[in-house]
Design a protein around this ligand. Structure first.
Ligand SMILES: C[S@@+](CC[C@H](N)C(=O)[O-])C[C@H]1O[C@@H](n2cnc3c(N)ncnc32)[C@H](O)[C@@H]1O
Length: 209
């Protein structure tokens, strides 16, 4: 089911978990802030000469982060490889309705339908590509909905997708999550959050082990 958010953009509600995919204060504003300004563009300012970028997303959902990243990469003249994990892809009619309400072009929709998608449900045992990505967008449902995505063991597996110098971001700022991330020994910071949230979390993989 699609749902309007406060900035005029749209979100969705998961039929099985009953959870909303985005902030009710604004799906677009949240994505632009957490995954854009504090994720993609934080990585870009540290790598101004890069010519390509590899992005992994846990939880493709509507594809909003993917479409925005395609636009950001084009704006920056970067070749983009985008890979996502999503066990419950939106039904075609809902995906099309979402794209329509968000004003995505047909070229954007075709690109989204063709990107590398892992559809096996993610578990602690899932094979994940190590050290291959410049950016990881960790957009799982929150600890109140899916606690298993926020354990130290699971978080560290997703941190390990990063290349040295890579940037990992999530909208979640809970202390227990921050401490679990910090236990990996890499730099964790707490940028200001999107509307409705005080903070978010970001991890940068050191350049040297
Ligand atoms: C917060 S939503 C992602 C929102 C999405 N990034 C967007 O912009 O629309 C979390 C996503 O994780 C997916 N998910 C939940 N459990 C999963 C699992 N075990 N493996 C893979 N995906 C899962 C859900 O279907 C949902 O799309």
């Amino acid at each position: 089911m699609l749902k309007a958010t406060a900035d005029g953009s749209w979100s969705a509600v998961h039929p099985e978990f009953g959870a909303e995919f985005h902030s009710r204060y604004g799906a677009l504003r949240e994505a632009q802030h957490v995954f854009g300004s504090e994720g993609f563009f934080a990585w870009r300012s540290a790598h101004p000469h890069a010519t390509h970028v590899r992005v992994a997303e846990m939880g493709l959902g509507t594809g909003l982060n993917a479409i925005l990243t395609r636009r950001w990469a084009a704006q920056e003249g970067l070749d983009l490889h985008y890979e996502a994990w999503e066990a419950y892809p939106l039904p075609d009619h809902e995906r099309a309705a979402y794209a329509d309400r968000m004003g995505w072009t047909s070229a954007e929709q075709t690109w989204l339908a063709g990107l590398t998608l892992h559809t096996e449900p993610v578990t602690l045992q899932s094979p994940l590509p190590m050290a291959e990505f410049d950016l990881v967008y960790y957009d799982a449902f929150g600890p109140g909905v899916q606690r298993e995505f926020w354990t130290e063991a699971m978080l560290h597996r997703w941190l390990d997708l990063l290349r040295p110098g890579g940037v990992w971001v999530t909208y979640c700022a809970q202390g227990v999550v921050r401490r679990a991330l910090a236990a990996r020994g890499w730099h964790v910071d707490r940028p200001k959050g999107p509307p409705g949230k005080r903070e978010m979390l970001r991890v940068v993989r050191p350049l040297t082990p």
